[in-house]
Design a protein around this ligand. Sequence first.
Ligand code: ADP
Length: 555
Amino acid sequence: MTELTLRPFFWRPTNLFPETRLVSRTHDGIVESSYGEFGERVRSLLAALADRGFGHGNRIGTFGWNHHRHLEAYYAAPLSGAQLHTINVQLGDEDIVYIVDDATDDILFVDPGEPFETIERLWSELDVEQLVVMDETVPETEIDVVAYEDLIAEYDPISEDEMPDIEEEYPAGMCYTSGTTGRPKGVEYTHKMIYAHAMMVMTPAGLDISERDVVMPVVPMFHVNSWEFPYAATMAGATQVYPGPSPSAADLLELVEREGVTMTAGVPTVWIDLLEHVDEHGGDLSSLERIVVGGSAAPEEMMRRYDEEFDVTVEHAWGMTETMSIGSVSRPKARMADWDPSRKYEKRRKQGLLSPGLEMRVVDDAGEEVPWDGESAGELWVRGPTVITAYYNRPQADEEDFERGPASDASGTSEDASSSGKWLKTGDIVSVDEDGYIEVVDRAKDVIKSGGEWISSIALENALMANPDVIESAVIGVPHEKWQERPLATVVTAEDADPAEDELHDHLQETLEQPDWWLPDEIRVLERIPKTATGKFDKQGLREKLDVGDDETED
Ligand code: ADP
């Protein structure tokens, strides 16, 4: 038996679907190629990396958006034996320097334009041997840099037989958590983990990706392996469309229309923006069958609008950097097929059923498992071959974030036994209904505790976003003398809408099926709500912006 590595993920599309198209929007316009060309170029890049001394033991950082060159690096780095470390291009300078240093990246592949300028500015602070700009030419600069196209043009592709031997336990990928809860933490993925996760994502119980699909991964390639699309969709032999540097709603629409995209994926704010764009300017979404939405809770109103107005199914998924992205997907079970749409939405809007390969438990403050009754809430713990059991370089974090299962407690001290039984404590507070559907009610750090009872910020946000006058909403807890904490809601209103606070308050009272003490004491209208580098609402940033006490504890 061969090892579980990324080799077959490269072999299958390049040999079985060499003519299938790869479309890539770059800073320079759209580039069309095929899996056949991709194969040749990856093998040239493998020759270049080997000749320059990079292989097992090295870390190859990438700092770029979703395009064909980045896809090639996704393959050449791990197939060379080295580790691909994707770095979020939207991070602040301090985090970038910290991450590159912590990961000890040896070589960086960066996008031209802003990402290059950022690295150029920080270059003297980075201990990196080589810089490659993912472009045809190098920009004018004082630092030593090589153009990606020159690099691969210099080398003939190696043959499949010449590809280096790699082992399933080799680290193949790496991604840092985005740091909304303190210093970013490094998460490493081995070949075996990526193999397992990409297979999970490809199956019908995962995201169901097939050769017939035209897939457009909008979730950035610098974010948790773009939810594994670059591996799963490639293995499936799907046509792929990579949307390039900071795509706008108009860019995405153009690609959907031009390429007949059937399936796409990204965080909710992307799809809220696309709806707004189509409302204003029109657009043809008829090719689209599915949008996978995750990263933060998908508002039901948005899911319904895609479904009812455009016949697009929005599939709600949950995951974390620590679970290699997708860990659950919400679809009604077969026996729910006859349910009326509203009842189905009670399932669809939840985060769904745990993905195949994983196990979970939901644990309360006392360490007891809570019943699956759709009401009782506790912290979600997960484990499986695609869930990490330690952070890179962070032994002290491990104690807080992982818990040994009873089996390994009993079995004593063996390293292997203890790590295979370990649960990841996700920090997500969830309830699970009788049918096994997980619902995230909050992140532990966002939970609002009022008079000893918790209030779900996600439930309030969703109820506010169901009001047509509201585009976005983020709710935070603010310190309160009597109740310890009370909810403060912020909203961004639709253009031309100017709802009074009372109206929004009444809307909440009518639609939120919760007691009145859940209602926020204040609803503030903002121009914009700060977002994290991955497009989620940045509640820490929001607290700072509003200058309301921050009881975050840095970890
Ligand atoms: P960060 O922790 O830095 O935001 P991640 O991308 O790893 O980075 O975020 C994982 C977290 O995002 C989860 O723990 C959960 O709180 C949240 N999340 C992911 N998907 C969903 C979803 N569908 N609904 C609600 N929250 C989600």
